[in-house]
Design a protein around this ligand. Structure first.
Ligand SMILES: [Ca+2]
Length: 235
């Protein structure tokens, strides 16, 4: 599956902040201290409506995505991708995923560790793959952590929406981060679309507002925002 085409209406809003959203290089992963382990998403035990697709920009050339035709924001959908986590020592672990979430309609998965509580993990990345630590829904700045005993553990990914892509996983018992990756923008605060960083609603410095769809006359949806629908003055 290639990245989906944006529709013209959404692009209108996304392009509206050209003047105020200068691209910048953000290093999101400084190092890998050597304690972490990687897993290709497509190597998991897949069931239900998870599919594997090819992409030359994905690690090992492939990633997974769901195609169920429905949205699951209160409970996981029916797709499952299961992985074995190996903890060399007991500790507090962090998990990362290399995710592609084009827009607010294709930007989230559910995850579960060792049969625990399902957590919705959400981030819009625009046109690019992005290493994001697991977090609870809109709590972008709070890393999900889990205490693991030494030994084998079980991670399950489930679908929330169709077409969100998952390329690779990383987990570590410390603050180490996955492979060095540079991105032009800084999701979720700014999101890359057609080579331009588009500000999220919160980054619009008060000119954007979270409301229910549709947007009022004179305003347009901010395509890259994650929290419900955000509208900003049309330009
Ligand atoms: Ca991969």
């Amino acid at each position: 599956m290639s990245f989906r085409k944006l529709n013209a209406g959404l692009l209108t809003a996304a392009w509206a902040c050209f003047a105020s959203c200068s691209p910048r290089v953000t290093t999101i992963a400084q190092y890998d201290a050597g304690l972490g382990r990687y897993i290709e998403a497509e190597s998991g035990k897949l069931s239900g409506p998870f599919l594997i697709a090819a992409d030359q920009t994905a690690s090992a050339g492939h990633f997974i995505y769901a195609k169920e035709g429905a949205t699951f924001d209160t409970v996981p959908g029916n797709a499952r991708a299961e992985y074995e986590l190996t903890a060399d020592s007991a500790g507090t672990y962090q998990i990362w995923g290399r995710i592609h979430g084009l827009d607010i309609d294709s930007n989230r998965f559910w995850f579960q560790v060792d049969g625990g509580t399902w957590v919705l993990w959400r981030i819009t990345t625009g046109d690019v793959w992005f290493w994001s630590y697991f977090h609870d829904n809109l709590k972008y700045s709070v890393r999900y952590t889990v205490s693991l005993s030494a030994g084998t553990h079980h991670l399950v990914i489930a679908n929330s929406v169709d077409n969100a892509g998952l390329d690779r996983l990383y987990y570590a018992p410390d603050e180490s981060e996955p492979e060095d990756t540079q991105t032009m923008c800084n999701p979720p605060h700014s999101v890359q679309l057609n080579g331009v960083c588009n500000a999220s609603c919160g980054a619009l410095a008060g000119t954007g507002h979270c409301i229910s769809s549709p947007c009022a006359t004179g305003s347009a949806p901010v395509v890259t925002y994650d929290c419900a629908r955000c509208c900003a003055p049309a330009k």
